[in-house]
Ligand binder design. Structure first.
Ligand code: GLU
Length: 618
């Protein structure tokens, strides 16, 4: 078995020594030493992909961040407190995937009320935006030009998400929860190979923005593996948010700094790069609000699966695919009536087909519901899933692009309108999962879109701005098919993020999520079915080689499946594949029947993740 490589070794003595969440009061002057103590030599928080025990759990991609979350739980914080503190730490150690320059979706199970809540902290387009945001002379601008631009920066939602979640369900002040991340930013973390590789992938564009280069290219070069990367600007920004509250990002000097950076991207005058400015204005930040809409919910094999409703397509697409997989009609289209059986090939075939169909519907029907009529309830109805499942044959693969159906008028095997391909979506983002001793659970996916976001750091503030607006369709994929995901004023671009919590009898048994652009949906779907249908443990379901079909002509396969016998068997059914080195970076928690928490993360992908519990037990 391959072992994960250590990713980020802390330069701190231990996170525990730095985190004083439990001790709310500062030490008395009598006990305070006259001179600050020497910082002892670096030790690394333990980094393992699986942990089992009591008292709560945290799973994230990063050892420092998971350690921060665990210390919050140890200090009496709840799952929401731990999620916010872990996310803030990820803003330091995973700055290319997460941070206050971006947005995300927060799903929360409240153990006392036995209810699932969500916070939609998605970025919004400026009020000045319209459907032509990415058009020039009637044609879409080159995607690469949109990626590194002010044009693609949406109003960030992450600071507001933290504020909303803590106000509603937290037990500690933001100030307290930002402290560990602030210290981490001040003292730095040790660069590992994944961080260096992600920096290398961004080197050319970071070099064109002095504020990004100063921060991420020390001395003008890639950071050396094993060196310490500090971010004192971010430490100061976190301290300011701690003092003033998350709302400070949306008004005053910090908001002005963001707006100025977007309106006039601070590009090196010597750089040979077209950097389009964006139209974000102070009023856009001032009017930003998180949304607390109902989660999506589907019943699947006796469990209730909750996830994120539109503006994310995560909940509706995972939910529709699960409904299709549970449909009594699935497989009824075989030429000789034989069922597909339970082999791995049959499982993968049905998973691919359910996903293909759900993606066809996602493209046609899902966008920001404040701007388009999104038939969320109908997309999640079993009747509709049955009408779509009837397309699946056990002896022959469907071909893509497949046309959508009409969930408002389900008819067996019917399709409605033209087939359109699924557009490109990025591969960045991060997911964290927390649980506490009271049984509360958080599943939280956050992002700045592309790895490295827009590439533009707000000068003096220590964080990268998102390029989330590239998740809009630049133009309709087909002139004949309505596209609910065109840009609009104040609109949220469609997401694929699918932070998910599964309940059994009203109590959480599983929570999971992942980054990976549109592959988020297929990874969450495969992980859920791995546990629920294939009987895998959560760590095994996360480690299993992945498949991803998104209504495109070929299906992506990780090497473990590409090289397996089932590929040939699937090709015999007409499937076409492309080999993909790595899909996603999942984290999750599971409640074991004996009441212990199991935390799980990647063993290998993205350098491996960090799963922790408060009190490990064998
Ligand atoms: N922006 C993407 C979304 O909202 C996520 C990007 C990623 O995971 O790489 O779906």
């Amino acid at each position: 078995m391959r072992r994960p490589v250590a990713r980020k070794l802390t330069v701190m003595a231990t996170i525990a020594a730095l985190v004083s969440i439990g001790a709310a009061a500062p030490p008395s002057s009598a006990s305070r030493p006259a001179t600050p103590p020497e910082i002892p030599p670096a030790t690394s928080p333990e980094k393992t992909p699986v942990a089992v025990g009591y008292g709560g759990a945290v799973s994230s991609v990063d050892a420092d961040a998971s350690a921060v979350g665990i210390e919050v739980l140890r200090g009496g914080g709840n799952a929401v407190d731990a999620a916010v503190a872990t996310a803030a730490a990820l803003g330091v150690t995973e700055p290319y995937s997460a941070g206050i320059g971006g947005g995300g979706y927060f799903v929360y199970y409240d153990a006392r009320a036995r209810k699932v809540h969500t916070v939609d902290g998605r970025e919004t387009a400026p009020l000045s935006a319209d459907a032509g945001l990415f058009l020039e002379n009637g044609a879409p601008i080159p995607f690469g030009e949109a990626v590194t631009s002010g044009l693609s920066v949406g109003t960030p939602g992450t600071a507001a998400t933290w504020g909303t979640a803590l106000d509603a369900w937290g037990s500690k002040p933001l100030r307290t929860l930002l402290k560990p991340a602030e210290r981490l930013a001040k003292r730095g973390f040790v660069v590992d190979e994944t961080f260096r590789a992600q920096t290398a992938a961004n080197q050319a564009r970071f070099a064109d923005f002095p504020a990004s280069a100063d921060l991420f290219l020390p001395g003008g070069r890639l950071p050396v593996v094993g060196s310490t990367l500090k971010n004192p600007d971010l430490a100061r920004t976190y301290a300011e948010l701690g003092r003033k509250g998350g709302g400070a990002l949306y008004r005053g000097k910090l908001a002005a700094d963001i707006v100025r950076t977007v309106n006039k991207p601070p590009v090196d005058p010597a750089a040979d790069r077209v950097v389009r400015p964006g139209g974000l204005a102070k009023r856009d930040l001032a009017r930003y609000r998180t949304l607390r809409q109902a989660p999506t919910k589907v019943a699947y094999r006796g469990l209730d699966v909750y996830s994120m409703a539109p503006s994310s397509s995560g909940g509706t697409t995972v939910g529709e695919a699960l409904n299709i997989l549970e449909s009594p009609r699935i497989g009824s289209g075989t030429s000789d009536g034989t069922p597909g059986g339970t082999s791995e090939t049959a499982y993968l075939h049905r998973l691919i087909e359910a996903s293909r169909i759900a993606f066809a519907d996602r493209g046609r029907w899902v966008g920001d519901p404040a701007f388009a009529s999104v038939p969320t309830r109908e997309l999640l109805s079993q009747k509709y899933a049955d009408s779509r499942a009837c397309l699946i044959r056990d002896d022959q693969a469907l071909t893509s692009p497949l046309a959508p159906g009409d969930p408002r008028d389900p008819a067996p095997c019917a399709t409605a309108g033209a087939a359109t391909p699924t557009p490109y979506e990025g591969q960045s983002t991060t997911h964290l999962t927390t649980a506490d001793k009271w049984g509360n659970v958080v599943s939280y996916t956050l992002t700045i879109e592309q790895t490295g976001g827009s590439g533009i750091t707000v000068p003096g503030r220590g964080f990268l701005l998102n390029n989330e607006l590239t998740d809009f369709s630049f133009a309709p994929a087909s002139p004949d098919v309505p596209d609910p995901n065109l840009p609009g004023p104040g609109k949220r671009p469609r997401s694929s993020m699918a932070p998910t919590i599964v309940l059994k009898g009203g109590v959480p048994v599983l929570a999971v999520g992942t980054p990976g652009g549109a592959t988020i949906i297929t990874t969450v779907l495969q992980t859920l079915t791995g546990v629920i249908d294939r009987g895998l443990s959560l760590p095994d379901a996360i480690a299993a080689p992945r498949v991803s079909q998104r209504n495109t002509p070929t299906t992506s396969l990780e090497p473990g499946l590409y090289d397996a016998r089932s590929r040939a068997e699937l090709e015999a059914l007409g499937h076409a594949f492309q080999r993909t080195a790595e899909i996603g970076a999942a984290t999750g928690v599971q409640r074991l029947p004996d009441g212990r928490w199991l935390a799980a993360a990647e063993e290998v992908r993205r350098g491996g993740g960090s799963a922790r519990v408060v009190r490990p037990s064998p």
